[in-house]
Design a protein around this ligand. Structure first.
Ligand code: NAD
Length: 284
């Protein structure tokens, strides 16, 4: 039985961070710096934990990190004022807004306000538009992570058949667009796609970003394919304990695929590395 090569997101992320530390040192030598300002509104525990980890990750490569922790009662106008201030502040080179935002706040309006050249999560629609035109742009971090992981396998993307399972604005669609830019033949599928299994079975590159545990089994995968699992799902194990799994049946698919990314330890750590890389790119 063949066993797929694991695409280790932690190892790839470490290499990216090492190279970023050198770029940040170079910026400092020129009297410049990279600074990420994050806006967090309300008491969401997940967002606070993410912000804490983000601060640590930034510090490790020499990026300054500033958290703007606003109360749950902050209004749309209050948040817009913070974003305008950050847009205009020349010391701030990168901005991101933690989700979720409180009920009644329009996240789309807030994200679209972020200056295009400081939008390190690639959530301003202008940044997605720039990808379509093949212009240099700040690309959504998870989509970038997926591309880096595919490229790390050394397979030829140009001419490959790529199937994306899931078509959200922040993951599935940008991944499909980046693969099109790399001249793959791309099929984008969603919850309404008919005979999805027949499509995935033909894929040289299969990306799953649906958020459904065990959605992709060995029988849905072509032999030798590159399989990237973006899903993050919390499920209860046989021992009653909660654990994190992706969308892909890792053990089953490993016996068919050529390359596979695990969850945890796959796309997640690479997404953080891509946020840091975008932050350094924005500063440069
Ligand atoms: P979303 O809910 O916005 O979109 C899900 C997409 O999957 C939709 O297009 C939907 O039509 C499709 N879908 C749902 N069920 C399906 C099914 N049974 N068959 C085929 N398609 C189906 O989700 P999202 O924000 O894109 O996130 C997707 C998953 O990726 C989640 O598990 C999320 O936690 C994870 N995620 C991981 C990272 C990371 O850094 N690793 C980043 C973002 C999202």
């Amino acid at each position: 039985m063949a066993t797929a090569t694991i695409i280790d997101g932690r190892v790839l992320a470490k290499a990216v961070k090492d190279s970023l530390a050198i770029r940040v040192t170079r910026l400092k030598a020129e009297g410049r710096k990279a600074r990420l300002d994050a806006v967090l509104v309300g008491g969401d525990q997940g967002a606070h934990l993410y912000a804490k980890n983000q601060a640590k990750a930034c510090c490790a490569v020499g990026i300054e990190y500033m958290l703007h922790d606003l109360p749950e009662t902050a209004s749309q106008k209050d948040i817009e004022l913070v974003i305008s201030g950050l847009n205009e502040n020349p010391v701030v080179t990168a901005i991101m807004v933690h989700l979720p935002l409180p009920e009644g706040v329009d996240a789309d309006v807030i994200q679209t306000m972020i200056a295009v050249d400081k939008d390190v999560e690639g959530v301003n629609p202008a940044n997605i538009g720039n990808i379509v035109f093949g212009r240099r742009s700040l690309v959504p971090c998870t989509a970038l992570a997926v591309m880096e992981m595919i490229e790390s396998t050394g397979i030829e993307i140009c001419g490959a058949l790529a199937v994306c399972v899931g078509a959200s604005t922040i993951v599935g669609k940008p991944v499909a667009v980046l693969l099109m830019q790399a001249e793959a033949t791309v099929i984008s599928t969603n919850i309404h796609t008919k005979k999805r299994e027949e499509l995935t079975k033909c894929a040289d590159i299969l990306i799953s970003a649906a958020g459904v545990p065990n959605l992709i089994g060995a029988e849905h995968v072509k032999e030798g394919a590159v399989v990237i699992d973006v899903g993050i799902n919390r499920v209860e194990g046989e021992d009653g304990k909660k654990r994190t799994v992706g969308d892909v049946d890792f053990d089953g698919v490993s016996s068919v695929a050529g390359f596979i990314s695990p969850v945890p330890g796959g796309v997640g750590p690479m997404t953080v590395a891509m946020l840091l890389r975008n932050t350094v790119q924005a500063a440069e």
